[in-house]
Design a protein around this ligand. Structure first.
Ligand code: HEM
Length: 374
């Protein structure tokens, strides 16, 4: 329940050991006034800093402002601990469309994602000028953070889509046990981990010479979000062997097929007793592995979701895939392209939401989110 540091070289919520709960919101900026946008970013930064420390969104708190004004904090997290809250902001490609004089500062890496085979994207679950990712170990604390930031932005931004997540699907630290996703498999075993600073520098953090016109992103990271519906009813009638072949790992231990232990190295040359590759050619872990992608990796930080039913008798369940990386064009795009073409999982999943955001570097005390950009 301890508080996480808000300020730092990088924003919290990226390599912070993944908390249990997520509330993610994408917003559109409704003002045309750049000064209003900057003022909101300043207000948001202070509010997020306060809430991360376990305090209310504004100094007046849940009864502040006097009896005749709306209270300065909505109140539902009053008395609750910080619960490991992190609040992370990102800027979408559309923020750089010229409305705010930012067109020449758009990083080349912040390109709209291309269409992938099999995409079933819904506009109402995709895109956005801004995003806020709130993660905490108490759902009430995560929702309170997003709600108060949206409230402070009334008239300047409007919520476009939002996603709740329970049950992290990735460990982002070697101190965490690997959690399981809605298919019952351990997820995050081969993730880039917070302790591996070399891999973070190589795959997650933007370096100062990555993009001459977007030096403001140095120390930041790009976030790709995909809402992936998982057809759990079909999966749940699929044999254990087929399930394990589709992933390329065994279900209980999470070991690579043909191996024994979760963290055993993947051996793609190993043969099963029948002479076929132990890890099938279209297994998810083979296609997503760096050896199939010229060394490309990324940091996954997704969450499970169930959002009621689909209206035709099934649960609307899945994985809200969130990943952080240094350049989506070189990392997510080729990886998802490889998966979309061949992954055995495709029979059981459907991507129906998509967005990409540039998450600026962290703040020093007194600075505001994205200060280097404006
Ligand atoms: C690995 C499940 C979507 C990238 C894994 C593993 C599971 C899994 C069970 C093995 C454990 C691990 O190493 O984490 C799923 C499910 C998905 C999904 C159920 C959709 C609902 C994606 C997407 C991407 C992705 C969209 C990226 C485009 C990866 C990577 C690995 C991985 C990079 C590690 C591969 C390795 O190096 O061994 N996934 N995944 N996954 N997945 Fe996914």
């Amino acid at each position: 329940d301890a508080a996480i540091d808000f300020n730092g070289e990088h924003q919290a919520g990226i390599v912070t050991p993944a908390q249990d709960r997520l509330h993610f919101v994408a917003l559109d900026v409704v003002t045309k006034d750049r000064a209003e946008l900057v003022a909101l970013l300043k207000t948001w930064t202070r509010a997020a800093e306060r809430m991360t420390a376990g305090a209310e969104a504004a100094p007046g708190g849940l009864v502040g402002g006097g009896p005749f004004a709306a209270p300065e904090d909505t109140g539902e997290a009053y008395g609750l601990p910080a619960s490991g809250l992190t609040v992370t902001i990102g800027f979408g490609p559309s923020l750089f469309d010229g409305r705010f004089g930012l067109a020449d500062r758009r990083p080349a890496a912040l390109a709209d994602l291309p269409a992938f085979p099999g995409d079933q994207l819904e506009a109402a679950r995709s895109g956005g000028d801004l995003c806020i990712q709130a993660c905490a170990n108490d759902p009430q604390v995560a929702v309170h953070a997003v709600r108060n930031l949206v409230r402070l932005g009334f008239g300047t931004v409007s919520a476009r889509w939002s996603q709740l997540g329970f049950g992290r699907t990735s460990s982002t630290s070697t101190s965490q046990a690997t959690p399981r996703n809605m298919f019952g498999f351990k997820d995050g075993t081969a993730n880039v981990k917070a302790e591996d600073t070399e891999a973070l520098a190589q795959h997650v953090w933007v370096a100062s010479d990555d993009d001459a016109s977007a030096g403001w992103m140095t120390g930041g990271s790009y976030l790709v979000a995909r809402r992936i519906r998982m057809h759990i009813e079909v999966w749940d009638r699929t044999s254990l062997q087929e399930q394990e072949d589709v992933i390329g790992r065994d279900k209980k231990e999470g070991a690579p097929l043909g191996g024994a232990k979760e963290f055993d190295a993947l051996d793609f040359a190993r043969k099963a007793p029948d002479g076929q590759p132990a890890i099938p050619m279209n297994a998810h872990v083979r296609l997503a592995h760096e050896s199939n992608l010229k060394g490309v990796r990324l940091l996954r930080r997704g969450y499970n979701f169930t959002d009621g039913t689909d209206g035709v008798g099934h649960l609307d369940a899945g994985l809200f895939f969130v990943a952080f990386m240094r350049d989506p064009r070189r990392q997510f795009v080729p990886m998802q392209q490889a998966l979309a073409e061949k992954d055995g999982l495709n029979e059981y999943i459907e991507h129906n939401g998509s967005a990409v955001f540039a998450c600026p570097p962290g703040t020093q005390p007194g600075q505001f989110w994205g200060q280097q950009l404006f």
